[in-house]
Design a protein around this ligand. Structure first.
Ligand code: ME8
Length: 656
């Protein structure tokens, strides 16, 4: 059995996953399912890229450890994949021990081979992208060429990876092979990065610690992109004992990524593999971004701060996961951006799924039921006036195969829906409702309905990798056992038994009431945008209170501030504002009452360390004794935000 290895990028757990992440993962899932159906031994890998300064900073902001922070977000990613019907074979987390150890060995191997050397880095650093840039690479405003945010001057001792030995081979890979898809992108890469001379890549950092330590120089951590890119190999067991299918699956057949990370996969990744004499992946499929189409019809980048992030859970719950899978795959051509709009989505679902395919199935099943009580008679008209439909159906599989092999999923779906249209047209041409009125046309009517059921069998088989939840329901309705709906049978006609029995079922894709839904979706978006704006403007409008009366150090020292762990927490009965916290203060424990219930649920605080004023005179609040208070800051939105100290500090630590 031939193998097939496909990967998504490993995503940064830096926030809730959105429809953009869904695109790559659902596209890879559909290809993986198609290849499994073809009989390939498939490995479909996805995962999360969990190291780096960005994660360290976010965790600090939230008052949790980086590991706690990523653990929580990774759960969100896994839930989304389950919800979206994504069946990956393996999930890698770069914080997994086996990966960390493998990266250390890989870094050492590159060093031992002389491709990594120690030097000093001076340059412009973009913190959000974790990338150093040369002056010539910055954008016209002198900002990061990728995210267009400000860069800062930075200098540090660092290890470098020699890129120049690989420049010629990489240029050939991009221009003379079909590694890069679409190939039109090769010119920009060659002109922007290779022609000006490939600069050596800075591959270690000393400015933060949340990363893989370099074994032979532990104040350095491995650059997050080296750590991340090798996931494609370590997840198979490369340089580790956790798995042992590297020899079986490597090289990857397809890495799929969006254009934002093309450079890393098209230049840096092949160079590192070349340095280790490893085989190169066969294809890099680069797609565009799903952008958000605003009210003026302009495409905006999806961003949390604009409030225009499209939530796949919300859409899937409203319209069905398969409809959403279909919509995003059908809209995006490989290489180009695709603007997400609720109108386009609803039109697409209504026209293709409700009116097109759904209607084909329901009309056919209803007619078989009405005219033959569900079971077709075996007597048929001998002559065959239906060769056009039959040839469209039997030639469909080959066309879809080509599109899948070239990672053109939009085109694959277009081919399938051309066949759906042909089958619907066949109903208009043959007018079964007229045949049904004429007893002498019974055999012809049976042939027509049989041909339609066969067309639906082939179409639904080929659609099943894209819409895996719905197609088994179609098979049930057309009376086709799942094993008959196989890839082998998808270029044949006449597979269903002549006396096939249909079963009327639920409506597969209910028609969506456009006006009503657009209204509701617009309300959701407007609320998100208003919330994002309010948050921004609250921050922008915030003016700190004037500084209070001066005190001297001895006066300050009178306040005894300590670290304490919230062991348990509950609401104070009869009060909307108060929470009662049981604390471990390292000195036998105490109870504190705090007026933060409007902003915190008890479980938000349990298990976290806070700061208390330990020598405050006890007081009674709503009849409950409070032995001190916990520190909180004013939030610009009018609320209170508890101050969380470094969570590794022991209970009772004094704050001065
Ligand atoms: O770049 N439209 O992770 P990331 C389409 N950790 N695709 C989108 C998208 C959008 N609006 N937004 C995100 C990283 N994506 C690195 C990758 S791989 C060794 C390391 C998808 O979480 C798209 O596939 O920023 C893009 O390449 C990926 O998410 C980037 O995800």
């Amino acid at each position: 059995m031939s193998k097939f290895y496909i990967t998504t990028p490993i995503y940064y757990p830096s926030g809730d996953p959105h429809i953009g992440h869904c695109y790559t993962t659902v596209a890879c899932d559909s290809i993986a399912r198609y290849k499994r159906m073809q009989g390939f031994d498939v490995m479909f890998l996805t995962g999360t890229d969990e190291h780096g300064q960005k994660i360290e900073d976010k965790a600090r902001e939230k008052g949790v450890t980086p590991q706690q922070y990523v653990d929580e977000i990774v759960e969100g990613f896994k839930k989304l994949w389950e919800f979206m019907g994504v069946e990956y074979d393996r999930y890698i987390r770069t914080t997994d021990d086996y990966h960390v150890e493998a990266i250390q060995k890989i870094f050492k191997a590159l060093y031992d081979k002389g491709y990594i050397y120690k030097g000093e880095y001076k340059g412009k650093y973009c913190t959000p992208c974790e990338s150093f840039w040369t002056d010539s690479q910055l954008d016209e405003k002198g900002c990061c060429p990728e995210c267009h945010r400000e860069v800062k001057e930075a200098a540090e001792e660092a290890y470098f990876f020699k890129m120049s030995p690989f420049a010629d081979r990489i240029e050939k890979l991009l221009t003379e092979t079909d590694y890069l898809r679409p190939k039109t992108r090769a010119t920009e890469l060659v002109n922007n990065f290779i022609k000006p001379g490939l600069e050596d890549l800075c591959v270690s950092r000393t400015s933060f610690t949340w990363g893989v330590p370099v074994t032979f120089d532990p104040k350095h951590v491995v650059y997050v992109w080296v750590d991340a890119l090798f996931n494609y190999c370590t997840a198979l067991g490369f340089m580790n004992d956790k798995y042992d299918d590297y020899d079986k699956y490597w090289p990857a057949d397809i890495h799929m990524v969006a254009k934002d990370i093309m450079r890393f996969h098209a230049i840096i990744w092949p160079a590192m593999l070349m340095a280790l004499d490893m085989p190169l992946p066969k294809h890099l499929a680069v797609h565009g971004w799903i952008t958000f189409q605003n009210k003026k019809g302009e495409a905006e980048k999806m961003s949390k701060s604009l409030g225009n992030v499209v939530d796949p859970f919300m859409l899937g719950e409203r319209y069905g996961v398969d409809a959403i899978r279909y919509h995003i795959l059908r809209e995006m051509a490989l290489g180009a951006d695709s603007a997400f709009s609720n109108e386009i989505m609803i039109k697409r679902i209504n026209s293709d799924l409700a009116n097109g395919f759904g209607n084909l199935v329901s009309r056919t099943v209803a007619m078989a039921d009405k005219y033959f009580g569900g079971t077709l008679p075996v007597e048929r008209e001998e002559k065959d006036p239906d060769s056009d439909l039959i040839s469209v159906i039997t030639s469909l599989r080959d066309k879809v195969d080509v599109c899948i092999d070239e990672t053109r999923l939009k085109n694959a779906l277009e081919e399938i829906f051309t066949a759906v249209d042909r089958a619907n047209k066949y109903i208009d041409e043959t007018e079964p409702w007229k045949l049904g009125k004429d007893e002498s046309k019974r055999e012809r009517l049976a042939s027509v309905l049989y041909n339609l059921l066969e067309s639906i069998r082939v179409i639904s088989t080929l659609l099943s990798p894209f819409m895996p939840n719905t197609m088994p329901k179609v098979w049930e309705q057309i009376g086709a056992p799942a094993e008959v709906c196989s890839y082998e049978n998808a270029d044949k006609f006449g597979v269903l038994p002549a006396d096939v029995t249909v079963h009327k079922g639920e409506i597969l894709f209910p028609r969506i009431d456009m006006d009503k839904e657009i209204d509701e979706l617009n309300k959701i978006i407007e609320a998100n945008m208003a919330a994002a704006k309010a948050k921004l403007s609250a921050e922008e409008l915030f003016t700190p209170e004037p500084v209070g009366e001066q005190i001297d150090i001895d006066e300050f020292a009178k306040a005894d501030l300590r670290v304490a762990l919230v062991k348990s927490c509950e609401k104070v009965k009869k009060s909307k504002k108060l929470l009662c916290l049981q604390l471990d203060d390292g000195m036998g424990g105490r109870q504190v009452v705090s007026g933060i219930a409007p902003w915190y649920a008890p479980e938000d605080l349990e298990g976290k360390k806070v700061i208390i004023v330990a020598n405050l005179a006890p007081a009674e609040l709503c009849g409950v004794e409070s032995q001190g208070m916990i520190l909180a800051a004013d939030n610009p939105d009018g609320g209170a935000a508890v101050v969380f100290p470094d969570q590794s500090l022991p209970c009772g630590s004094k704050i001065r």
